[in-house]
Each structure stands twice: as structure tokens, then as C-alpha cells.
Design a protein around this ligand. Structure first.
Ligand code: SF4
Length: 166
């Protein structure tokens, strides 16, 4: 992104990054006929945005490297885990969590104390519990197969309990 230069109190200033251009000489101005829009200067705003993006990517890479590598249980195991959970859920009358309860559970899962949370890289609202006794969807969006939305369910390592009264 290039600077958007303008005259301000006798100085040439970029209206995007507010930096004063000190290196533009009379000769430079004469060369562009005094037209500041013809002066090409990389804007500090763009440079800062690039720095921020680079820092964010580096932080993500650091987190990814630090996170334990967890694979979701096999489909067979997930079905095996799911069947008794579904029976329990049906026995309780399919109780659902409120959005606030799901959000609270999801916040705990995202920082899973056992490192079992497998996040969806395309949707921060979705993930999977990779614990061997689970393998369910663990997101904050209401879906039938979302463990966090079932009030009677609890975390397999006790990070969050079943909803009160269950
Ligand atoms: S349900 Fe429990 S074990 Fe699974 S990801 Fe959430 S906090 Fe971790």
C-alpha cells in the first residue's frame, strides 16, 4: 500500500500512517509537477499490518508446535462411545444446554487441560474432543451431535460437569 500524501502545515504527510515525509526534495516535487499523488512511498500502515500479520502467524506456529498431537478416536470407537451417550441422553429426555452453557464449555475445551481438543482450522466455533472415550463434536454451534449442547453430558476428564440437575 502506498502513502496518501498531502500538505499539512507546510509538511508533506501521509494521511494513512500520519508519517511526515522528510526525504522528498524540491527536485522530487518538481519532477512530478507538484502532484503528490505521483510520489510512490510505501505506507507505514501497510508495513505495520504486515508486521502484525507476521507476528500472528509466528505465534500460531509456536502454539501449534507446543500443542500435543492428538488424533480423534477411530470412527468405530466414536460410534462405540456415542451409543451409550445417546441412550443416556434419551433417558434424560434429550436435555439441551443454553448458548451460555455451551460457550462456557467450549471455552474450557479450547484450553483443554489434557490437550485433547482438536480445533477446526476453518471455524473457530467448532472442534472435536480427541479423548479416547469421546471423539464427539465440541463446538459452540448448536448441532444435534455436539456434545457441548447436551446438558446431561460431562467432560471425560472432569474439566466441566453435566448441567445442574442432571
Ligand atoms: S470434553 Fe474435556 S477432554 Fe474433551 S476437549 Fe473438552 S475439556 Fe478436553
Amino acid at each position: 500500500m502506498l502513502c496518501l500524501l498531502e500538505w499539512r502545515d507546510g509538511r508533506i504527510v501521509c494521511s494513512r500512517c500520519s508519517e511526515t515525509c522528510r526525504h522528498i526534495t524540491e527536485a522530487d516535487l518538481a519532477a512530478v509537477g507538484g502532484d503528490l499523488s505521483k510520489i510512490r512511498r510505501v505506507c507505514g500502515t501497510a508495513a505495520r499490518a504486515a508486521d502484525i500479520e507476521q507476528a500472528r502467524a509466528a505465534m500460531e506456529a509456536t502454539r501449534a508446535a507446543a500443542a500435543p498431537i492428538v488424533a480423534a478416536p477411530s470412527l468405530f470407537k466414536r460410534i462405540k462411545n456415542f451409543a451409550p451417550a445417546l441412550i443416556t441422553h434419551a433417558r434424560h429426555g434429550f436435555p439441551k444446554c443454553t448458548q451460555e452453557q455451551m460457550d462456557a464449555r467450549h471455552a474450557i475445551c479450547r484450553a483443554c487441560p489434557g490437550g485433547f481438543y482438536i480445533r477446526d482450522i476453518e471455524n473457530p466455533n467448532l472442534g472435536i474432543c480427541g479423548h479416547k472415550d469421546c471423539g464427539c463434536s465440541a463446538g459452540r454451534e448448536e448441532r444435534f451431535l455436539n456434545k457441548l449442547g447436551w446438558a446431561d453430558q460431562a467432560c471425560p476428564i472432569g474439566a466441566w460437569p453435566a448441567a445442574e440437575g442432571m
